[in-house]
Ligand binder design. Structure first.
Ligand code: ZN
Length: 409
């Protein structure tokens, strides 16, 4: 009898292991990070008015913590993060105008971290231009920057990067309503109740198809990585229905992982005050937990094997964070071939790959830990020309589809 229990016990254990990728598990990484919720400061939403000059942070993704006048011609915008310690990605976004046309100097005064993002300006919040570099300067012996602005009664948008808030991402997602290749859904809600957008790409039934998962915007200011993700997905929707890719594969897309952080104009964190891309271990943050669970549950129901996870980010320059030989995921040889083809298509000398082993609990580690999947962190530079980003996203999609279609299994 005792042996019989042992026998069934072993059978159950084997069963549980076989199912392991399809139950959300907690994972250990070489470097632990505490991601339990920490308090953040909420920026006061307000209109600042100094004589004829006004500025406001009363729109999603804005960040302006104070507005003062220094002298006749110079005003100061105070920029502070949601909490500290925090990564040096000092986001700002506001509108500014004057009742009479005039030129001012505007100092970006940072209480934490130095000036990083070259200012973008817009008249309508949709079409953006890079402020001419002759009009921006770093202040000597300071972390601040100063810019020269021509103001009029019409509000001028000034921001660290083009504004891509929750509403605009939703518009991008919803443009494919009715497209037979795309199903639009949600992985749940953020802490403040914003929808965690989800797109499923497949031609016909996705059951049993090997799967690629794409995520983006864990870090609010990383708009350039988001642009690459958009071009990547758009290319797959344009061509993946005809070239056979979406017949054979399923693609799951989570384009805005941190909607609260984006709409609150955060430097880095969610409302839990945490860098979400360190939480792929115990899932303390609801946004990470819901998306991780959604991926696992969906793939269990569809009997989908997750082969590849791509996470789009931005940093100072374009770079691919890949695995070194200490990690042996699925799709051996894929990344080397993929980057080679992207490099050839872009006609660049160096694609800038930085391989490493497992480290902190980032999404790249999670795709491997949870599914044994290949995974790459896809980073675009803050100042990479937007047309090049689009091209890079497109050729990356083409190269991935081609390699996966050539794959024999
Ligand atoms: Zn990032």
């Amino acid at each position: 009898m005792k042996n019989l229990f042992l026998y069934f016990g072993i059978i159950l254990l084997i069963g549980a292991c076989a199912k392991a990728p399809y139950q959300l598990a907690k994972h250990k990484y070489p470097k632990k990070v505490d991601t339990k919720t920490r308090p953040i400061s909420y920026q006061k939403k307000q209109l600042f008015k100094i004589g004829e000059v006004s500025a406001t942070n009363q729109f999603p993704a804005a960040r302006l913590n104070g507005f003062t006048q220094i002298n006749d011609s110079t005003f100061q915008a105070k920029i502070s993060p949601e909490n500290t310690p925090i990564n040096g990605s000092a986001w700002y976004a506001f509108q500014i105008w004057s009742e009479v046309n005039r030129t001012i100097y505007l100092q970006l005064h940072y209480t934490e971290h130095k000036h990083r993002y070259h200012p973008k300006i817009s008249e309508d919040g949709e079409a953006w231009t890079v402020l001419d570099s002759s009009l921006v300067a770093l202040l000597p012996d300071s972390i601040d920057a100063v810019m020269k602005l021509d103001l009029s009664p019409k509000p001028l948008w000034v921001a660290a990067q083009e504004i891509q808030d929750h509403r605009r991402v939703g518009e991008w997602v919803n443009q494919w309503k009715g497209n037979p290749l795309v199903t639009i859904g949600t992985a749940g809600n953020s802490v403040q109740g914003r929808s965690m957008y989800y797109m499923n790409l497949s031609k016909g039934d996705f059951t049993n198809k090997p799967t690629v998962v794409v995520i983006s915007r864990q870090h609010p200011p990383e708009v350039t990585g988001y642009f690459a993700m958009q071009a990547f997905i758009e290319k797959i929707i344009q061509e993946g229905g005809d070239n056979g890719f979406l017949d054979k594969y399923r693609l799951m897309v989570y384009p805005l992982m941190n909607p609260d952080g984006v709409d609150l104009g955060h430097f880095r964190h969610n409302t839990g005050g945490i860098d979400m891309n360190r939480d792929w271990s115990k899932y303390h943050q609801p946004e990470v937990r819901q998306v991780a669970k959604h991926i696992v549950d969906e793939c269990r129901e569809g009997n989908n094997e997750v082969l590849l996870g791509l996470d789009f980010h931005s940093t100072y320059y374009d770079v691919y964070y890949t695995y070194d030989d200490s990690v042996q995921p699925k799709l051996p040889g894929f990344t080397k071939e993929w980057l080679q083809r992207i490099k050839t298509a872009l006609k660049v000398d160096d694609i800038n790959e930085q391989p490493s082993g497992l480290g902190t609990p980032v999404s790249k580690g999670w795709f491997y830990k949870q599914f044994g999947a290949e995974s790459i962190t896809y980073e675009i530079g803050d100042g990479t020309p937007r047309e090049f980003i689009k091209l890079k996203g497109e050729v990356s999609a083409t190269a991935m589809m081609d390699i996966l279609l050539e794959r024999k299994d």
